[in-house]
Design a protein around this ligand. Structure first.
Ligand SMILES: Cc1cc2nc3c(=O)[nH]c(=O)nc-3n(C[C@H](O)[C@H](O)[C@H](O)COP(=O)(O)OP(=O)(O)OC[C@H]3O[C@@H](n4cnc5c(N)ncnc54)[C@H](O)[C@@H]3O)c2cc1C
Length: 492
């Protein structure tokens, strides 16, 4: 009888857990090693003084990718994962007093834009249709398959994407394309913001990233009942139900290889042997720390990293009716903000502020009469800036800006605070330079320069998660798990 094949997975981020579930469902005996004493990596939670916060991701799209895993595990697991589609995606606030409520329904959204900005509703609808076209042409090639296997290029959908290359707008920057399409600078800024969904700069990222609004407006933005951390809890339940073993508080020190073949991993001096090894650890430290004996693909590893973030988790002792689940208070000068983040590698003195308030949907996330404010600004990747000084300045700037634009007192209502910054993102998740989404998409070839889901030089070694193909963000991480498991299956 054939012996059961064994898989060792490094990291219990969403992609590591999704890969574990998929491999276990394929019959592998799967063990996951996680350095933290909790699962989820960036998708964890912070609890303080009666307030609960989702620590990292707050926007949930493509929930069907979680459903797919629930279906795969089937009756073996009892999970209660529910989510609702948001009727309003975001509240936008500008320094000139403009306020926009971005309804999820494209028609209502377009009408709102036409009533507040210098734009015809039809122009907005045309833009969303364009976003859908980019998705239809590119998703199956750029998101759902390996870009690094020859067979991908023989598929009919690849031919279709190549034939439609003109339509995917890869040769202009996102800002260049949006400025050409819309004359109202506030509208350009609103759509440029989508570049930040993968930590990129709209002034250099290709306009193909205009695919992202399609995910929110046409496919939908969702809120999981219980908050984003329910995704992590669900993945842990599914993995355990199909027999995956977790070792928390267990950092992998080394990937053991023999004659260019992955043989296992080493933890606290002890070697564990596996038929396949999957790293959900950021690809940069995977090579630098776990594979010092191998030549690393330096050109790929040295790609510019995505932006990071500075987050203040604020417990507020009152509610703010003008705010919704997702809120953006824009910077006056978006171009300068991105120049600051990516060229000068520091914080901008008038940053765009994102406030996520999950207690709007999940009242138990804050004491009665209060709100849980996840208050975030984009930050440069960590290259040793004086973060303590920058954080002090940023707190002051953010409070001042919010009080000015929202026209209400903020500071005196903050009753507790904790902070996540690029240093702590790096130390808590091993994300190189604290980047949120691996490498940035700040050039048109970025998708091809992201590390593949397999090692070209070490057989049996695979990679999943936000630092490798197809990129960062929960949906793409879940897709990386699907790509990796399909590769492993095809190899069998
Ligand atoms: C502040 C913030 C906001 C975000 N907002 C959104 C959003 O709104 N929507 C969205 O979709 N995405 C968002 N993201 C991005 C999203 O969180 C990530 O892309 C995704 O969670 C990354 O998952 P991953 O599988 O790559 O693993 P990670 O979450 O990076 O986890 C990797 C895991 O591997 C473990 N590990 C590393 N090295 C070792 C080792 N040697 N041994 C054992 N374990 C190891 C780490 O401890 C960690 O738990 C956000 C991220 C952050 C930080």
């Amino acid at each position: 009888m054939d012996r059961t094949l064994k898989a060792g997975i490094i990291g219990a981020g969403v992609a590591g857990m999704a890969t574990a579930i998929r491999l276990a469902c394929m019959g592998y005996e799967v063990t996951v090693y996680e350095a933290n004493d909790y699962a989820g990596g960036k998708l964890t939670e912070v609890v303080q003084e009666g307030y609960r916060f989702d620590a990292g991701p707050s926007l949930f799209t493509l929930p069907e990718l979680v459903d797919e895993l629930i279906e795969l595990v089937g009756d073996r697991a009892k999970v209660d994962f529910e989510y609702e589609r948001l009727p309003v995606i975001c509240h936008y606030f500008y320094e000139d007093g403009t306020r926009i409520e971005a309804a999820a329904d494209p028609e209502i959204f377009a009408q709102e834009m036409a009533s507040k900005l210098e734009v015809e509703a039809q122009e907005v609808l045309d833009f969303l249709a364009h976003s859908a076209t980019i998705y239809d042409l590119t998703a199956s090639l750029f998101l759902e398959r390996s870009l690094h296997k020859a067979r991908t290029y023989l598929l009919p959908e690849t031919m279709r994407a190549i034939a439609g290359v003109g339509k995917i707008d890869a040769f202009r920057t996102m800002n260049g394309s949006n400025e050409k399409r819309f004359k109202d600078a506030r509208l350009v800024q609103l759509f440029n913001r989508y570049a930040t969904y993968n930590g990129s700069n709209p002034y250099s990222a290709p306009a193909t990233l205009n695919i992202i609004p399609h995910l929110e407006f046409n496919k939908g933005a969702y809120f999981p009942k219980g908050g984003m951390h329910e995704i992590t809890k669900t993945l842990v339940t599914l993995a355990k139900a199909c027999g995956v073993t977790f070792h928390f508080g267990t950092r992998v020190d080394h990937i053991v290889t023999h004659q260019q073949q992955a043989k296992g991993i080493r933890v606290r001096g002890k070697v564990h042997f596996y038929d396949v090894v999957v790293s959900n650890m950021d690809v940069y430290p995977t090579y630098k720390r776990l594979l010092p004996q191998h030549r690393a693909p330096e050109r790929i590893l040295e790609q510019e990293r995505s932006s990071s973030a500075l987050i203040f988790y604020w417990g507020m002792n009152r509610t703010f009716p003008a705010l919704d689940l997702h809120n953006i208070v824009f910077s006056k000068d978006y171009a300068q903000e991105f120049a600051c983040l990516f060229e000068r590698q520091t914080l901008f003195d008038d940053p765009t502020v994102y406030i996520n308030i999950s207690s709007k949907y999940q009242p138990s996330d804050a004491p009665e009469g209060g709100e849980n404010w996840f208050t975030m600004i984009n930050a440069p990747a960590n290259v040793g800036q004086n973060w303590d000084r920058l954080i002090e300045q940023a707190r002051h700037t953010i409070v001042e800006k919010l009080e000015r634009v929202l026209g209400t007192k903020i500071k005196e209502h903050i009753v507790c605070e904790s902070i996540l910054d690029p240093r702590s993102i790096e130390s808590k998740t091993s994300s190189y330079q604290g980047s949120l989404y691996g490498t940035s998409s700040n050039n048109r070839l970025a998708a091809f320069f992201r590390h593949p889901n397999f090692s070209r030089s070490i057989k049996g070694l695979y990679f999943c998660g936000g630092s490798v193909h197809p990129g960062g963000g929960i949906p793409l991480c879940l897709l990386s798990a699907r790509i990796v498991s399909e590769m492993i299956q095809n190899k069998k």
